[in-house]
Design a protein around this ligand. Sequence first.
Ligand code: HAM
Length: 418
Amino acid sequence: MKHKTLKGLQDILPPDISIWHHIEKTAANIFKSYGYHEIRLPIMESTEVFKRSIGETSDIVEKEMYTFQDKGGRSVTLRPEGTASFVRAYVEHHLHNNPPPQKYYYTGPMFRYERPQAFRYRQFYQIGAEAMGIEDPKLDAEIISMLSRILDSIGLKGLNFEITSIGCKECRPDHKIALKNFLGSKLDAFCSDCRRRYDTNPLRILDCKVPACIELRKGSPPVLDYLCKECKDHFDSLNKYLKLLKVPYRVNPNLVRGLDYYTKTAFEVSSENLGSQSAVAAGGRYDSMVKEFGGPPTPGIGFAMGMERVIPLLKDVIEISDGPELLICPLDNAASEKGLHLAELLRAKGLWVEINHEITSLKSQMRKANRISAKNVIVLGDDEINSHKIVVKSMIDKVEKESKLDADQIAAILQQRS
Ligand code: HAM
């Protein structure tokens, strides 16, 4: 019987993996320049970690978590996102004892039992960043600017940056009343989830994906209109700093996040080329989460970007050239042994070198060079071994360069051409 990947999961194969490496390397370099350190977290946590922080009434917790009992009868969940795991680790390892800001990043798979569709998977990868311990909106501006720099540096242009503030415990009660007044008169027309959420957490109605509910909630009062003085000052300053840093963005008062832990700043980056799953990255502030996890009151802010959304956008933009620097083409057994040794010497210098172990005609070896996108070839036969001279032929511009049959000289030519 042939087996297949589970629905909503995918294998990541070459040459696509080169784009993954390009993004991961670029992001890691930029994280370093902003002082973010990598943190590696388990992909499974006790279910409570997610339930409490993401919110019992969120779509993720209500419908999308991969939750099961382990053999010891504990309820465990495959992480649907990284922030809750991160905060659990932050508190568990007393990272708050270090001087703020504490800045971390992570990469890895997340799991959500969503209905699979283009750009929406059940296992998807995020690159996320979290900065802890600073309430000042300059940190918000800095992290949004860092995200913009990452997306720009990997080659993504023309994205929409949207920001808003979703207030805090002080301003939300007034907004909640206004929202309930607005929604109350047409509640019967909403889906059963929304009708339930009207009493438990009306803000979640703004995140419902049912088309009829989206239509019905149009024109609802945004939290932005109800901000308390502290949240308003924070948001005004953030706008000022984003302008100072020349981050292109717009304020979207209707921006809603699907997770309950956010306070004040929330943001999303989207692309028009991803259909309905347009969010490439998103994040925000979560100033009460560390305390709720049993740590000392510590503000935090972060974001995560979705690799499966970024990669399709990059495929048309960046060229993947994934082939060896050199293919050695031996014409007989003696040349094959010589080539075997030469390949090892060149690989020891860090070059990607391939050799044809099976001796076939020169024509078929050249066909293979093209097929594997080799950048250069060397043909090795009696003449080359006896004269100790070879020709390094570029498969890109067909330029031929003579060299001694010597790893140092050949390496110098390959490096010059790469
Ligand atoms: P999120 O908005 O749930 O936020 O996810 C962040 C990004 O992950 C999305 O913008 C999207 O690119 C990607 N993503 C989410 N679900 C899927 C899916 N099913 N398939 C493919 N890609 C997906 C968070 O996860 C927060 N933890 C972000 C954060 C970090 N906030 C503060 N710190």
